[in-house]
Design a protein around this ligand. Structure first.
Ligand SMILES: [Fe+2]
Length: 233
């Protein structure tokens, strides 16, 4: 297991860091980690955090279109206040999909886990989909196989807003537009029912997977003060 505080990117302007995020997340080999964490200025408020997520998504979409001739669209947008510990998993989404999470400052500390299951599958000579079917990491034996492919980020500046972008893909390597996904999970170290831990959550994917026009939902996502769960799903 790697403990990797050095994975954090200090960012004052998400657009300046968009190419670095793109390189790390939209990877076609295993020299990159498959995820990126931007640590934003402490004074940035919730609306500005969500606006930054929107700007970053638009820039990543343009970079994706340059590379694979297809923009990225939202599949879901939501805001949640949650302190659940989650085992390593992919979120339910198309085989090419990317999770962008905006974490608001919180006193509730957590460890953030990423497992490079695509690289593990590659080393075993099987596809990522086969890996998940045969070695589901929700069970201990599967999680054990990922031990050498695991990165845990502790003490990840939780008093500041952060944007995390995760390659949630499972596409067969070599197929059109395929990039290498990773699993994610979190361990809440000391849950506190009096404190909040707000996560602004979006799932994005190449336009061919989108089913509706998200423009109105995006505006609502950026401007709302409610933490009511799903805005678009
Ligand atoms: Fe998840």
């Amino acid at each position: 297991m790697t403990r990797a505080a050095s994975m954090l990117i200090e960012s004052t302007d998400v657009l300046q860091d968009a190419e670095t995020v793109f390189e790390r997340v939209f990877r076609t080999d295993f020299t990159q980690p498959g995820f990126a964490v931007l640590v934003l200025p402490a004074a940035m408020g919730s609306h500005d955090l969500r606006h930054s997520m929107k700007l970053l998504k638009e820039r990543l979409s343009a970079l994706h279109a340059e590379r694979w001739s297809e923009p990225l669209e939202y599949l879901s947008l939501g805001r949640f206040d949650q302190q659940a510990t989650t085992r390593l998993h992919l979120d339910g989404a198309p085989e090419r999909s990317f999770l962008m999470l905006g974490y608001e400052p919180t006193p509730v500390c957590s460890d953030f886990h990423i497992a490079d299951y695509s690289r593990c599958a590659h080393d075993l000579g099987i596809t990522p989909a086969d890996f998940l079917q045969k070695h589901n990491p929700m069970f201990s034996a599967g999680a054990e196989m990922l031990r050498d492919y695991l990165i845990t980020i502790s003490d990840w500046q939780e008093s500041r807003p952060r944007i995390v972008v995760i390659n949630n893909g499972m596409a067969e390597p070599g197929t059109s537009g395929a990039t290498h996904g990773v699993l994610h999970g979190a361990t809440i170290l000391s849950p506190d029912s009096q404190a909040s831990r707000v996560i602004n959550s979006t799932m994005i994917a190449p336009a061919c997977f989108a089913t509706c026009d998200p423009a109105m939902h995006v505006q609502q996502f950026v401007s709302t003060d409610e933490i009511s769960g799903q805005i678009l799903s």
